[in-house]
Structure formats: C-alpha cells, structure tokens
Design a protein around this ligand. Sequence first.
Ligand code: GLN
Length: 489
Amino acid sequence: MQTHFLPTRELVEKLQTRTLSCGELTGIYLERIEQVDSQLHSYLSVDPETAKAQADLADAQLGEKKPEAPPAPLLGVPIAIKDNICTVDSKTTCASKILENYTSPYSATVVEKLRNAGAVLLGKVNLDEFAMGSSTENSAFGVTSNPWNREHVPGGSSGGSAAAVAGGLASVALGSDTGGSIRQPAAFCGVVGLKPTYGRVSRYGLGAFASSLDQIGPLSRDVYGAAAVLQAISGHDPLDSTSLREPVPDYLKTLDQPLAGLRLGFIEEWLAEGVEDCVKQSVTQSVDLFRNLGAEIVPIRLPHSPYCVATYYIIAPSEASSNLSRYDGVHYGYRAKEYASLNDMYRKSRGEGFGSEVKRRIMLGCYALSSGYYDAYYLKAQKVRRLVQQDYLDAFKKVDLLIGPVTPAPAFKKGELVDDPLAMYLADIFTIGANLAGIPAMSIPCGFSENGLPLGVQLLGPTLGEEKLLRAARMFEQEKPWHDNVPTI
Ligand code: GLN
C-alpha cells in the first residue's frame, strides 16, 4: 500500500524503527496535498515550512536513542487541524468571512499538547462555518469533496478533517463535535472518528459554537491513530474550567486487549423507517460480528431519542447566539467598510461577515432565549436534555457499550440538502444524543454501500468510557480491517 494510505500504527512503527524518517513522511504528505487537494479542497491553509521544521526536530529526537524512555507515539506523525482550533502561527478562520484574516494570539491547549508530543502540524482544514452544518457546504471558502466520490459531500462539520485523512493527505486529524461533527464525516468518508466525554479534552482555543456540547477529538485511518491522539490531547487544563480532573489512562497500552464478557446494547429501534437499507444491513452485520467475537447482545431502548433533534436545535443555537455575539467588528476580524453609526457598524459587519446558516442559528437562538419564549423553548429543552441523559444512564446500568447507526444514509450529493435545512438537521438524529448526554461515542468503518460509499457504525460508551470504546473498536477492526480499502485518488 502507498505510504500515505498506511494506517497510523504502521507509520509509527516505520518512524520508530527508522525505516522512514519524519522528514520523508512529512514530504510525502506535503507533496500529496500539492498534487490532489485541488480535487478535494480539504485544506484551507498549509504551512510547509513549520511542518518541515517540526519533522526535523522529531527526527533529531528519534535519533537520540534512549531505550529507557521510548519515544512518544505521535512523534513525527503528520496531523491536520480543523480550522476552528487556534494556532498561533497560522490563520484560524472558522471557515467564516468574519475571521478571514484572523490569527490567534495563542494556540489551543490541544495544539500545544500535540506539539509537545512531537506531532507534525501540516495545516488547517475546512469545515462548515463555525462548525454549523453537516456537509462542509456552509464554509465561506468553498466546499470539500468526498474522496470516495467527488460529487458527494464529505459530511460535516469536520468535513475537511475526514476528507484529508480518507484521501491520504494527513495521517490523523483533529475535529470538533457538537452534535456529530466528528462521527458523521468519519462515517461518510470511511475513517475512525471519536467524540470524547464532555470535559475529557480541553476546549481552550476552540472557536465556541455551543459550549455545553462542544468537544475536540481525533479522526484517523485506524483505531490506533485515534487512541494515540486522544492520549496526547486529554487531561485537565486550568484554562478550561469544564475540563475534568480525572487521570488519563494509557489508551495504547490496553488497546489490543479484547474485552472479555462484553455486554453490548443494540439500539435496534434506530434502524427504523427512514433509514436506508445499506445502513440497516451494515449495522446488523456489525452486531453479528460482535456476537461472534463473544459479546452478549442486549436490546436497549432509549425512549427519549425521538426528541433529541428538537432539543439540540434549541440548545445549540441558543448557546451559539450568545457565543457569536463576540464577533462585533471591534474585538475580532471583519469590519464593514462604510457605516453611519456604531450600531450601523455592528449590523453591517455581522450582516456581511456571517453566512446564512450562521445567521439562521443566531436568529433561532435569540428567539428561544427571548423573554416570553425562554420557558417554552430553552428551559423546556434543558429538561428534555436531562431525560435524554437519564436514558443513557439507565442503559449503562445494563450494558458496557451501545451500538447503532451513525447516520440514516451514506454521504449525500453536493447540493442535495443545502436548501432544506430541516432535512439536514433531521439527519443528525443518531449523533446528537451523545452530545446532550456528554458521553463518548465513535464511528468506525463497517462497509460500503452498493455505489461504493463508505458506511460507519456507532459505538457509544458511558462517561469516561473511552478505553472500552477503543478496545471494542479495535476488536472490530482486527476482524474487519476496512481501512485496507482506499479511494482512487
Ligand atoms: N450537524 C450539526 C449542526 O449542524 C452538528 C454540528 C457539530 O457537531 N459541530 O449543528
């Protein structure tokens, strides 16, 4: 297999046995970006100089043989960063015109941690503006294509991250997930995507969308890559008061240990009407595979899941309307060229700087939070959120992990849903629950549709159950290494 398509585990092995240098590997990815990204448009900016310097540094570190302290697994591994995560030495646009020329004065904690782990940052990748969307079509800087079929979307909002990893333009990537934005594009592009427990990873330096739901996490070709990135970015951060003070387990150490006596809750009711046959089949086959591996399959019901979309689309826009008030033409980014008064400047800067989906969310949020409507919408949504959370708490009293679909259908065509926001929102039905409940969940590749589009299956775990999730995903991947299939690009 071509080097750029190798699973992260194999790349790490090559780097650490010095069969391949970090400089060579970084060169391979940079060349690949140069050659094929005009077809995918996964990157918004690439920083070859910094990447090469970091690779040289990693090579130097690998050269100092220290048998007593083995090198960090990410040392020299090239990574792409979603462009709503701040990096001090390049622009952070959130794919919005309002931040088109914005460079952050600091780097996100996750970026600092990745640098400390020796990862090589290749560049910043595309997303839906401020992570609002499911297709990357809401980017102010053009849509990204799905490497498996360029007429189709890569999903979103971390569409650039998923397309870059699937297309062999980065070994791993960082995404963010507020309502499915890591798992849905991972499913659409046939890669692994993990949304950690709320608070597992610091959000300091992440462009805030909905702060009670947002979480940063990895996308990768293999489960090892996700585990290695999660390992590097997890942990308490004094700069994010919502980050948890729990110790970080050694995810890589236990990764290959199969889970004996695994009790897996099958959310069969999610395979209902409106879900495409290929999704139903691939999820059912995945459940069978786990059964054959010795897992006990337990039917599980989540009675409040039909209310998840409505609940999320009150809470997320409400928080967004508050978070995005900081883009006022004064503190950050774009300011209108001509205006008559201060109010006019605010109005024009925001009116010209934000795209239509972002404006829609701000209006929805302001409406839901306004006096007279607050009790009927925002407060009610918070109560339903608690019920959704309780469903998951009850489920995890009976089982270790849950299994179900990620999306009702494989990647749709560009332009197919963009004029129908409600249809786009409804397709988030299976991913939103994990965000409302704050629990970890991941998408792993589980096959292909008849027309060759990748499919994903979702595993959900209890709070801080990442280790179990990764081990289950690894058991699955060992049986069915779908990442052996690569797109023709
Ligand atoms: N598709 C969802 C939305 O549009 C989720 C986005 C996300 O997770 N950032 O809000």
